[in-house]
Design a protein around this ligand. Structure first.
Ligand SMILES: Cc1cc2nc3c(=O)[nH]c(=O)nc-3n(C[C@H](O)[C@H](O)[C@H](O)COP(=O)(O)OP(=O)(O)OC[C@H]3O[C@@H](n4cnc5c(N)ncnc54)[C@H](O)[C@@H]3O)c2cc1C
Length: 445
């Protein structure tokens, strides 16, 4: 049988290799480390965790990443099995002994009769064969260049300039209002794609003071090249002059406060719809290097966002990722070259667990293809299905940024009789629906 080739033995590539081999398909796993390293990896082991040692919450009732753990265990995932074996006490979180974990993943793959690990960098996109590219946020420069040549220069980002993303239902619409600047847009949906939060002069001045005083994170070594060509962090803009933001992302022109049309706002923070479901909004132009604690404190000073719940906070770091909504189909294949499938963080998911989950899917899909079948993705009511749907079409392509799994990606539930469900009822209902639908997807294979 024709083998599945996988580039990159990180969290995604290791899981993809395991899934394809367990399905009975030979796998060749290409890894450039330790011969060619990255600034973050320290070993030559498969599935090295480069920073924290946490797979986050293991609560599969109330937490979306916990639900993703459940699905990966149910699908006999190697990453979850080895994480469980090398688990460290950490309350409700799944923390692991990173060295023992990576060594166990490496040994499992080395011992598998259908897996061959081949050392060396792949520097060009392969022309033919059944390939999975799982080269992660630190994809080697030569391969990144080859991807850019095949897909267009704009399609592979170098930097992840992330604006914070807010759950729509936590925005106070008695203060904020929907309107696009100058009421632009041909359709009602376009005109309602933005939510605006007004600021008085006093609120703006206090906000600038808080931005300037907030704690920031430093860049990692080797991360800064090219950074200023991209988007400036808001605190850097504020450092350039107290009025800079008011003439940039916070300019109030072309907007009229629906609640008090006669009052002109001194500055306006705009949020833009971030997914087709309309459950998530990003704060336009608010990429930042502020520490997470500081971000929640400072962003909740924005009128209308005082109770904001964040699907993800802002950041800027080295991260190669594709504009997947335009480039990949729902089988995670490059539309232009369907023999190439992408998986892991390079597809625009964020985090160890999400990357491994996309590896699990890609591995199963590539194995199905090798055996002459087609495997559709799981329903979008599952954590895995919601995530793959987001990156391959659910997200807005223009503002596409890497995403953690979260309940904002799940299709809303019908409201209970007599009103909306609270989170306490909604989250277990999401995860129960996900478990049922994921089980059905597995049994159909
Ligand atoms: C500095 C930094 C800190 C991070 N901290 C966290 C964190 O705390 N928590 C978290 O959840 N996520 C964190 N991430 C994101 C993390 O990298 C991903 O969650 C996860 O590692 C992605 O898995 P992956 O398999 O897609 O990529 P990786 O795990 O990076 O695996 C990609 C593999 O491909 C190999 N490779 C690259 N190019 C080639 C090539 N041309 N040929 C052959 N092999 C190649 C690499 O050597 C690597 O082994 C961090 C990322 C960075 C850069």
């Amino acid at each position: 049988m024709e083998p599945v080739h996988i580039i990159g033995a990180g969290l995604a590539g290791s899981e993809a290799a395991w899934q394809a081999a367990q399905a009975g398909v030979p796998v060749i796993l290409h890894e450039m480390r330790p011969t060619t390293g990255t600034f973050a990896h320290k070993t030559g082991d498969c599935a090295e965790m480069v920073c924290s040692n946490s797979f986050r919450s293991d609560d599969d009732q109330m937490n979306a990443v916990g639900q993703l753990h459940w699905e990966m265990r149910k699908a006999n995932g190697l990453i979850m099995a080895m994480a469980d074996r090398h688990r460290l006490p950490a309350g409700g979180a799944l923390a692991v002994d990173r060295d023992a974990f990576a060594q166990a993943v490496t040994a499992s793959l080395n011992d598998h009769p259908l897996v061959t690990i081949k050392a060396g960098e792949i520097s060009d996109l392969p022309e033919s064969g059944n390939w999975i590219i799982a080269t992660g946020p630190l994809t080697s420069d030569r391969l990144a260049q080859s991807i850019r040549v095949a897909t267009g220069t704009e399609s592979l980002a170098f930097f992840d300039a992330i604006a914070p993303i807010v759950h729509a239902d936590s925005i106070d619409m008695s203060i904020a209002w929907e309107q696009s600047r100058y009421d632009k847009g041909d359709t009602e949906a376009e005109r309602r794609a933005y939510i605006n939060c007004p600021m008085t002069k006093e609120q703006y001045e206090a906000f600038i003071d808080a931005l300037l005083a907030a704690e920031k994170t430093e860049f990692h070594e080797g991360e800064t090249a090219g950074y200023f060509d991209g988007c400036l962090p808001i605190e850097v803009m504020a450092e350039r002059g107290r009025e800079t933001l008011r003439h940039g992302p916070m300019k109030p022109v072309g907007l009229t406060n629906r609640h008090v049309p006669e009052e002109k706002a001194y500055a306006v923070v705009q949020l833009r719809r971030d997914n087709a479901l309309g459950t998530l909004y990003n704060i336009v132009g608010f990429q930042t290097k502020m520490k997470y604690g500081a971000q929640t404190r400072v962003f909740r000073m924005i009128p209308g966002l005082q109770d904001a719940s964040f699907a993800r906070l802002g950041g800027i770091h080295r991260n190669s990722f594709l504009n997947s909504p335009t480039l990949l189909d729902d089988r995670m294949r490059l539309r232009l070259r369907p023999n190439l499938r992408f998986a892991g963080q390079v597809t625009g998911v964020e985090g160890y667990v999400e990357s491994a989950a996309m590896g699990l899917l890609a591995g199963r899909m590539a194995a199905a293809q090798a055996m002459g079948h087609d495997l559709p993705p799981p329903a979008l009511t599952t954590a895995m299905g919601a995530l793959v749907n987001h990156i391959t079409g659910g997200a807005e392509a223009k503002t596409f940024q890497p995403m953690n799994v979260n309940f904002g990606l799940f299709p809303p539930l019908a409201d209970v009789k007599g009103g909306r469900r609270g989170r306490k009822d909604r989250y277990p209902a999401y995860t129960q629906r996900a478990k049922d639908d994921f089980t059905a997807w597995l049994s159909a294979q």
